[in-house]
Design a protein around this ligand. Structure first.
Ligand SMILES: C[S@@+](CC[C@H](N)C(=O)[O-])C[C@H]1O[C@@H](n2cnc3c(N)ncnc32)[C@H](O)[C@@H]1O
Length: 248
């Protein structure tokens, strides 16, 4: 008899041995193991690793290991951004921080030649009274650094200030792709109230923190709102929430 942790479930020993042997055999494939960003898995192709244009955009833009650890999330964003590129409307990222993800996407799908604008919103600084947590690069210089980062990308609009008030400084009429990553519920909810009505049919919305237990207040607040708009959300293994605006 095998007792599993605190739950005192009795596990069939033969089944347990069989499962362990299955894991042992599949882990034995040396190139097929992935562990990052709270995802551990094996016996997969990990196609992003062999997508050379994507890997090139990652290598060019990821300035730290942390940015490489979210490679699977970034790959998913690039995939859906490429689809959204064919639609009418602009791109937005709400919570852009250093602009890394936006830069990978813009490079990977050649947003420059699409005629679309890419709106990046962030406070770029952190105050004691803020609900969201601070990040290492927050500070008075970050806005300028991000502006400079995109100096050669005239289609990228870097907008400093608190969301949703900062939307008044510039906001697209139609949205094809929205990536929301504020790590806090109240501002995300207000952002979604503005963004969803502007999404064109087929538009993609990715909620970065949706599936993360530690950001549970976001799911709690966003599920009823998405339901009001008649939108279904798919929780991905990466923790992202994926929404496609239906055509009808
Ligand atoms: C996790 S970071 C974004 C990371 C970025 N999406 C990336 O992939 O590189 C979250 C950002 O949200 C910003 N943020 C949180 N609440 C905000 C608000 N109400 N208005 C503007 N920015 C906010 C923070 O300043 C922080 O830079």
């Amino acid at each position: 008899m095998i007792v599993n942790g605190d739950s005192f479930n009795i596990i069939n020993p033969e089944l347990f041995k069989h499962s362990l042997e299955g894991i042992r055999q599949s882990v034995a494939t040396p190139d097929s193991f992935y562990s990052a960003d709270n995802v551990i898995c094996w016996n997969r192709h990990f196609s992003f690793m062999t997508d050379e244009p994507f890997m090139e955009a990652m290598r060019k833009n990821a300035t730290s290991n942390i940015e490489m650890t979210i490679i699977w999330r970034t790959y998913i964003l690039c995939h859906f951004a490429k689809l959204a590129r064919r639609l009418e409307g602009d791109f937005v990222e709400v919570g852009a921080y250093k602009g890394n993800t936006a830069n990978v996407i813009a490079d990977r799908i050649d947003l420059a030649s699409s005629g679309k604008q890419y709106y990046l919103y962030d406070a770029f600084e952190h105050k004691e009274t803020d609900i969201h947590h601070s990040m290492p690069e927050h500070g008075p210089e970050l806005y300028t650094t991000v502006k400079e980062r995109f100096a050669a990308y005239p289609f990228v609009k870097v907008i400093k200030g608190y969301v949703p008030e900062s939307f008044e400084k510039g906001f697209p009429e139609k949205i094809a792709f929205a990536h929301i990553d504020l790590n806090q519920a109240p501002a995300e909810v207000e952002a979604l109230k503005r963004i969803i009505p502007c999404m064109v049919p087929g538009a993609v919305l990715v909620l970065d923190d949706y599936g993360w237990w530690s950001y549970g207040t976001q799911k709690e607040a966003e599920d009823p709102l998405l339901a009001e708009f008649g939108l279904d959300i798919l929780e991905l293994p990466t923790g992202q929430g994926l929404v496609i605006k239906p055509y009808a």
